[in-house]
Design a protein around this ligand. Structure first.
Ligand SMILES: NC(=O)c1ccc[n+]([C@@H]2O[C@H](COP(=O)([O-])OP(=O)(O)OC[C@H]3O[C@@H](n4cnc5c(N)ncnc54)[C@H](OP(=O)(O)O)[C@@H]3O)[C@@H](O)[C@H]2O)c1
Length: 286
């Protein structure tokens, strides 16, 4: 029986990246849909859950993507609401790669050490990746704060995390270099999750911070989000801080995305969101 992955994307064009990884993760056929909304998802879900016998339903799976995390989360809730009894298929949420990217980053940060009680700042933590990094750090027991250029938007992101994961994350407006430097001044962990190519912290702003232990940068488009971190850094010591660059944890991100797709086809009732994807990422680090 063919393994079918239905790729529901909330953007106007379905992601090619997600389609390629769908095949690499083991799907025989990836069927992309664009501009998917909760209002018109019903018929698509029915097509997925009513077509195969219970023992065969594990060969059908759903992947939710697109650049808007809130839209992806809304789709996920609506789809789950349509499932009942055995009439369900496995489902993964990874809008903008947020879950797999954040999980790879946090899995490396927590590898061989506990993050419990550590003070963490996620710079530009309002985007999909930053929100998931912050939520996962909080789930690991860190005291987390996210920054954004506008307090209202930053607050909205922390409220969304509280509602979804029951975590308390603080919000701080840090619109310029000076306020961002202030935000990280007492942090033990700093993760930069800003938009591609945006520099959020200069080397001079972090290299002498005595309490800073761990630094990670998600931005893979030069210039780096945190100056002084190299793209391929994976646990490299710089100025006494352990550094992770976007390619340093990007290898795990890709392998993790594939592994998650593969697991979707092992059962018909797997739900993969932040917690579950982080757990898989941790298992994958040797
Ligand atoms: N390493 C990997 O494997 C991997 C995988 C996927 C994504 N990424 C990278 O991860 C990063 C985060 O991804 P994302 O999709 O969450 O990013 P995003 O939504 O494009 O941007 C994240 C945040 O950056 C802030 N921002 C935008 N322009 C800015 C500017 N000019 N100055 C300061 N802040 C600005 C915004 O926050 P405010 O408006 O609230 O300030 C925004 O919410 C990106 O660099 C992306 O390329 C890496």
């Amino acid at each position: 029986m063919k393994k079918l992955l239905f790729q529901f994307d909330t953007d106007s064009q379905a992601s090619v990246f997600d389609q390629v990884v769908g095949y690499d993760g083991g799907a025989d056929h990836v069927v992309p849909y664009a501009r998917v909304t909760p209002e018109q998802i019903g018929a698509l879900v029915e097509g997925a859950i009513f077509t195969r016998a219970p023992k065969d339903k594990k060969n059908t799976a759903l992947f939710l993507g697109g650049s808007d995390l809130a839209a992806g989360e809304a789709l996920m809730s609506t789809i789950q609401g349509r499932f009942f009894g055995q009439f369900r298929v496995s489902l993964m949420l990874d809008s903008n790669g947020a879950n797999t990217t954040a999980a790879a980053c946090v899995a490396w940060l927590s590898h061989g050490r506990s993050l419990r009680g550590r003070r963490a700042v996620v710079l530009a933590g309002t985007g999909p990746v930053g929100q998931r990094v912050a939520a996962m750090l909080a789930l690991e027991g860190a005291e987390v704060c996210i920054t954004g250029r506008q307090l209202e938007r930053t607050h909205a992101a922390t409220q969304a995390m509280a509602a979804r994961f029951g975590v308390e994350v603080a919000a701080l407006a840090a619109p310029d270099a000076q306020t961002r430097a202030q935000a990280v001044s007492r942090a033990q962990i700093v993760v930069s999750a800003g938009a591609a190519g945006v520099v959020l912290l200069s080397q001079a702003q972090w290299c002498d911070l005595p309490q800073l232990e761990l630094l990670a940068d998600a931005n893979a488009s030069p210039p780096a989000g945190i100056e002084g971190i190299e793209m391929a850094d994976r646990g490299v010591l710089r100025h006494g801080k352990t550094c992770y660059g976007p390619l340093g944890f990007g290898a795990l991100k890709l392998a993790l995305h594939r592994a998650c797709i593969s697991r979707l086809f092992e059962q018909n009732d797997l739900l993969l969101d932040a917690r579950e994807i982080l757990a898989i990422a941790k298992q994958m680090i040797p």
